[in-house]
Design a protein. Structure first.
Length: 373
């Protein structure tokens, strides 16, 4: 492409998404705005994943191979709450009958991960039967990485002396207090995700669990915009959209969403009218049976075939099970926190910090943002 001249035809070039042919219409130098937009887009996509990868290498994150099979077996055969109840103070347990021993699952320097670290409902949602299933080694690896990364970020900030900056130190202190407070609440309010309790909570709060109007669509993501435009232009509607994509070497990505679908893949998905992502917005203006315009998204360029409109309706318990489990636990934790606050307020003296009060008054008087707090 670097040596091409206007009028030349280049290709064909096979790749994972399609076989591509290019005709050079003209050669234009990118403007500063184009270069800036390209750099911002690339860095916004990769800066965080690259930093996380560097952290894992820096602190030598490793998954203990001897703990992979026992952890997966326990997750498949036992209730998550039962596993938590069987763990000792250090988060491990000895072998007992058919229940395998569970130890340290992963390490990164002096930090370690046990099942207790993985069992947060935010990381490991419970199924309707109360189990937090871990399907394979890859799932366990990603789960362990998600659990240990916050610790590694704090360590890295300390090692690089970033936490000595007053503003950063305040943010990190608030994070530590938030984490320790959540750990205290989790310890005092053990999870109780029994199916009968969850179903009773769902039925008593059914007004919370409604699905907004939506559209069913088949979405395909292309690496390059011109490939997406060509595919949209040449699709006649005689063949099914799926078969047309398969002919272009696209592969199905089961269970993908608007934010997880990858270039070179396609997937049927539900796009809700309350969502604000680009795919959901563009499908609202298209009637069923038609293709959307090409839309740029985080991972590439997408086109969607709108299949049908779906009206708003109540969710079934099975559809809302994950949300119900999170809400049920949050409500129980909130009741405990409010009860503790009511108990502690009469016996806890008020501490005053004159310097802080003076700074707040100065901020309020000067109209600085946040001064009304």
């Amino acid at each position: 492409m670097s040596a091409a001249k206007p009028g030349e035809i280049l290709g064909p070039y096979p790749n994972d998404a399609a076989t591509e042919v290019y005709k050079v219409e003209a050669i234009e130098e990118p403007s500063d705005a184009d270069i800036r937009a390209s750099l911002v887009r690339e860095r916004s996509i990769w800066i965080e994943p690259r930093y996380h990868e560097e952290l894992l290498k820096k602190y030598k994150f490793t998954l203990d191979p001897d703990q992979v099979s026992p952890t997966i077996f326990a997750a498949v055969t036992e209730l998550a709450d039962s596993i938590l109840a069987s763990l000792g103070p250090d988060g491990t347990r000895a072998e007992r009958g058919v229940r395998p021993a569970l130890g340290v699952i992963a390490r990164a320097g002096s930090d370690s991960i046990t099942y207790r670290d993985l069992a947060s409902p935010d990381l490991l949602p419970r199924a309707s039967d109360g189990k937090g299933r871990i399907s394979d080694t890859q799932s366990l690896y990603h789960l362990s990485v998600s659990a240990i990364l916050p610790k590694l970020v704090l360590r890295d900030a300390h090692d690089r002396r970033i936490d000595q900056d007053p503003g950063v130190a305040r943010v990190l202190r608030l994070i530590r207090e938030s984490v320790s407070t959540q750990a205290m609440v989790s310890r005092e309010v053990p999870p109780q995700n029994r199916p009968d309790s969850l179903r009773a909570y769902f039925e008593s709060h059914s007004e919370r669990y409604r699905r907004p109007p939506a559209r069913r669509a088949v979405v395909a993501i292309f690496i390059k915009e011109d490939s997406a435009r060509a595919a949209r232009y040449f699709w006649s509607g005689k063949a099914t959209f799926d078969s047309s994509l398969i002919a272009q070497r696209f592969r199905l990505q089961p269970g993908a969403s608007a934010t997880t679908l990858l270039p070179g893949y396609y997937a049927p998905m539900t796009l809700y009218e309350t969502d604000r992502d680009s795919l959901s917005l563009v499908t609202r203006a298209v009637e069923p049976g038609n293709l959307t315009p090409v839309v740029g998204i985080r991972h590439g360029f997408a086109i969607c075939l709108v299949l049908e409109k779906e009206p708003a309706r109540a969710l079934t318990f099975e559809e809302a099970a994950d949300r119900v489990a999170v809400d049920y636990r949050a409500d129980r934790e909130e009741k405990w926190v409010l009860r503790e606050l009511k108990r502690l307020r009469p016996i806890t003296p008020v501490r005053r910090f004159p310097a802080r009060l003076a700074s707040l008054r100065l901020a309020a008087a000067s109209g600085v943002e946040g001064g009304d707090r």
